[in-house]
Design a protein around this ligand. Sequence first.
Ligand code: GDD
Ligand code: MN
Length: 375
Amino acid sequence: MLTKDAHRVQMTAETTSDLGFEFTVVVPAFNERDNVAPLIARIDAALPDVRWQVIYVDDNSPDGTAQAVKAIAQTDPRVSCIRRIGRRGLAGAVTEGMLASAAPYIAVIDADLQHDETLLKPMFDLLKADKADLVIASRYSGDGAADAGFSATRAAGSRFATRLARLVLKVDVTDPVSGFFALQRRIIDEAAPKLATDGFKILFDIIAAHSGRLRIAELAYVFRERLAGDSKLDSRVVLDYLGLILARASNNFISPRLLLFGLVGASGVAVHILVLRLLPDAVAFFPAQFLAALVAMTTNFFINNAVTYRDRRRHGLGLITGYVQFCALCSVGFLANLAVANQMAQWFGGRLLAGATGAVFGAIWNYVSTALAVW
Ligand code: GDD
Ligand code: MN
């Protein structure tokens, strides 16, 4: 909206007017087409007298979620959609949506109607009255209940994740992994460069980025059952989350990717030993060793490509050249491993210490070189 009013033009970026949106509701969405119109209607009903806008962040959902949002945006300028190509990840999507906002207050809510949108107004009121920097809609505090939308294992896992997060964050919040929260925009403007873009736990990461200095309020709600579409929270997401906690607990020394690479590397050692054991004794040591290393490198490459570097996965011809590169680099790592182990054995004698040091050297080489060259 433009104004003829001259003084408005001179407003600085941080001043708020009575013209722009005052509350941005960010909605991350992947394959949520059928939930788009109902959610926007509910947000509208929940925020009377608030100049709200809703920004969907869609990761190019095959079901046409973006088109559904844009159809509504055609007739309602409060609605917009960021469609991201070639990227997946809830945390990154949420961050991007928040950074697109110019409003002083921002909320994040799931697209699938599992969150109780009637909390949006009390969240907004708390932020506007400057009673909090961050308001979390919590599934645990007070009357909040997670039961309806949750399986028993999921509930237990969620409780465990919550306890772990509280331990690391050292702040006393009941639901630090909630996907439903609201904050003053400056909180995200400051934290954004430090946030991980993959994984589900954006709220956890925002709190960690501000290391315990936020004024946090919590509102309880009942986590509803999902009506349409499927949950995207899978085992990979859980692994991501544990990696993130480890990274933040170690002051970012151990990256989630390094952890995954290490796990895959360890499985490679297991494969190597398995191949050695399966080969008949008649096979000489050198060819056996060579074959085992080749099989282990191959499984490692494909697992890393599918898991560790899922976001930059290689396909087609790139997959083959990537594989050759990976093997070439890892064989250098293997040689480094042997050389270091040999040297250590000469200096200190102990086979185990020497072998382990060699393996660590080899692993570091493999991680750094393949991270730089292959993915
Ligand atoms: N853009 C984008 N990209 N959106 C995504 C992606 C993605 O890669 N993955 C999931 N979403 C969207 C979904 O469409 C949904 O709106 C929201 O993010 C949450 O995803 P769900 O798959 O419905 O998650 P959930 O209901 O199992 O998990 C809920 O509880 C978690 C805590 O246990 C969510 O509230 C999570 O945010 C929360 O961390
Ligand atoms: Mn959900």
